[in-house]
Each structure stands twice: as C-alpha cells, then as structure tokens.
Design a protein around this ligand. Sequence first.
Ligand code: IMP
Ligand code: MG
Length: 178
Amino acid sequence: MHSDIKEILFTEAQLKERISELGKEISTTYQGEDVTMVCVLKGAVMFFADLVRSVEGNVSLDFISCSSYGDSTISTGEVKIRKDLDHDVKGKHVLVVEDIIDTGVTLSALLPLLRKRGAKSVRLAALLSKPDRRKVEVPIDFEGFTIPDAFVVGYGLDYAEKYRNLPYIGILKEEVYQ
Ligand code: IMP
Ligand code: MG
C-alpha cells in the first residue's frame, strides 16, 4: 500500500466484481441498442476502460473533459468544456461515465448540455457517490458504491494529479493535503 494512504476502501478485486455487475445492468438496459459511452476525463479513465469491456452490444467511445466553475453560488448550468466530444450525439443513446459524484455540480451541468444537443437518451454511470456532500441532485442510473465524506484517491482519482495509478481506491491521509 502507498504510504500516503490511510485505508483501502475498495481493492482491485472488489472493483472488478462490482464493475462486472454494472456492465450486466447496462447491457440489460440498452437491450442491444447502440450506445455511445462518454468518459469524463481524467478521473473516470480506469473505470471507463474496465466498464466498456463488461458491456455487451454495439458501443462507441468518446471522451470529454470539463470543469465546473467552482463557484458555490452557481448551482447548475455552468460547465467549462476543456476538451469536447469528437462526435455529434444527436439521436444517440449516451451513457456518461464519471468517477465520483460529489457536490453534483459538474454533472448537473453536463447532462443537460448533452440533452440539449439532441441525444436520444442521456444516462449516468458513476463509480462512487458521496451523498453527504451533494449540493445539486443528480440521478445516477448505474452506481458502483456509496462512500462516506472522505477524500479518496486511486483507480483514476487524484489529489493534485497524483495517485491515479493506484490499482485500488483508498482514503488519503489528512496530513498529505493539510
Ligand atoms: P462534483 O463536486 O460532483 O462536481 O465533482 C467534481 C469532481 O471532483 C469529480 O469529478 C472528481 O474529479 C473530483 N472529486 C470529488 N471528490 C473527490 C475525491 O474524494 N477524490 C478525488 N476527486 C474527487
Ligand atoms: Mg479530479
């Protein structure tokens, strides 16, 4: 275990098992309809890579990078796109894949944007959810795990761009970010 990690929340094996269950749920939901899975960079990259391989049917991949404006007074509707999708989502079933829903601000802005672009449906898969911190309600169609209000890293999730490469998800020691 990395020395900055206080506690492992989900091991590689636990992540693998849950993600394979989510893949089955997703395959059942779309029933063979084509779906565009959208990775929200960078945090979701590991989850995305594992999830897409557990979904059966015709799947296209696309990538987006965005940040919410980070102003707590803005509750919804404001999202800055750093890297947009390569393909038009008009008429497509879109499944957005995100690492964690924390305040909900980012996704509560991104999902309506994709709907406005004419997607046939827009659903959300999130590996983790921290409901205690929610400011804006975001319905999660496919949710991996609910976690307590702690700062977690690994398996794509970072603190200052570090720890994304850890194969597990762990709670970061407080002294690392204090
Ligand atoms: P939001 O607050 O739901 O808009 O989440 C915004 C982003 O904050 C997420 O996509 C993550 O990249 C990041 N984030 C929130 N909580 C954590 C955490 O515990 N560890 C690492 N990143 C986090
Ligand atoms: Mg991040």
